[in-house]
Design a protein around this ligand. Structure first.
Ligand code: LMR
Length: 335
């Protein structure tokens, strides 16, 4: 008994003098939501940012990446960012109209960017910066542009001539410019969240869609579309954006480390985008589940002529200012 009492007294003494470990400061959590698969340029970019951000901040920041619309769908994620329920997104710039910023849609004009290099220079330069300024007034800060290359288009019939689009229902992601160019070739565009596209194609709710090879592959669109035209008629790019209040409220040293991580993740993403899409296209071809078609020069010219009125129409949607800027920077005609 005495021994027991002694042991209990000793235990009490030890517990009194054992200092609890200093409470570790809980990390700042950044929720990064996006709608595509991890195995795409954007998906890989988000994971690269997570890796670098956690490393550079020495664990003071934790990045939670939610791919594949697992947290929010297209429109909801933009609302959630404004409300502060999510801190970081990388939506395609075709989806910014709900923010009240339509100017980004100028980037969706058909055959606007001559090639990958022209696109990259434009977004790094005046156009990219000018567009980001438009977001500031909405409480959103633009951190970077991430590339995902050029769109293809598909349906269950080969799309080679403008007339082939006649009467087909096309899923579009949000841009009224895309709405316009699909209408000009006689199809019926419909905005739909990315996560709903596979089923809509499978069940015939829509007949076709446009997207990049990496999205066709990872969302399995190619399994439910008999024909894909490698048209590269428009470009898909993302803006990595944060809630401005959250971002400016971060301790300056942390923000600087995150900016460094973002700059490196951006270089990484933009350096892999082209190859990722080429690999995806090769895999789609290998699957044998769809037929790939390529436009002849004459076909391409016919599409360009049919869709050209989009340029004139765009003024009423995105305004003259951005069109003037784009025309000057890219040396293209708007009429
Ligand atoms: C789409 O909705 O088609 C794209 O914006 C998806 C994406 O983010 O690549």
């Amino acid at each position: 008994m005495r021994k027991l009492l002694l042991a209990a007294a000793m235990a009490a003494l030890v517990s009194t003098f054992t200092l609890a470990p200093a409470a570790a400061q809980s990390p700042i959590v950044i929720k990064f939501s996006h709608v595509v698969a991890n195995d795409t340029p954007k998906g890989k970019g988000a994971l690269k940012f997570k890796e670098l951000a956690e490393k550079y901040t020495d664990g003071k920041v934790k990045i939670e990446v939610y791919p594949n619309s697992s947290l929010y769908k297209d429109k909801e994620e933009i609302e959630a960012l404004q409300l502060g329920s999510v801190q970081m997104l990388a939506p395609s710039t075709a989806k910014f109209a709900p923010l009240g910023v339509k100017e980004f849609e100028a980037l969706d004009l058909p055959w606007l960017f001559k090639d990958d290099e022209t696109y990259a220079a434009a977004m790094k330069g005046t156009i990219g910066k000018w567009l980001f300024q438009k977001l500031e007034a909405k409480g959103i800060t633009g951190l970077a542009y991430w590339d995902n290359g050029f769109h293809m288009v598909s349906s269950n019939r080969p799309l080679m001539k403008p007339a082939d689009f006649q009467g087909l229902k096309f899923r579009i992601s949000g841009s009224k410019i895309a709405d316009q160019y699909f209408r000009l070739v006689g199809s019926i565009p419909q905005i739909m969240a990315f996560s709903e596209v596979y089923q809509a194609l499978q069940t015939g709710v829509v007949d076709g869609c446009e997207n990049t090879a990496s999205n066709y592959l990872t969302q399995k669109f190619y399994e439910v579309q008999k024909d894909i035209t490698v048209s590269y008629h428009a470009h898909l790019q993302y803006a990595v954006i944060v809630n401005s209040k959250f971002w400016s409220g971060l301790p300056p040293d942390i923000r600087a480390q995150l900016e460094k991580a973002m700059a490196e993740a951006t270089d990484y993403t933009n350096s892999i985008a082209r190859q990722e899409n080429e690999d995806a296209l090769a895999e789609i071809k290998k699957s044998g589940k769809t037929t790939l078609h390529y436009l002849s020069d004459a076909d391409r010219k016919a599409w360009q002529e049919a869709m050209q009125p989009t340029y004139k129409w765009a003024k009423g949607r995105v305004g003259q200012e951005v069109l003037d800027l784009v025309a000057k920077e890219l040396d293209v005609k708007m009429n």
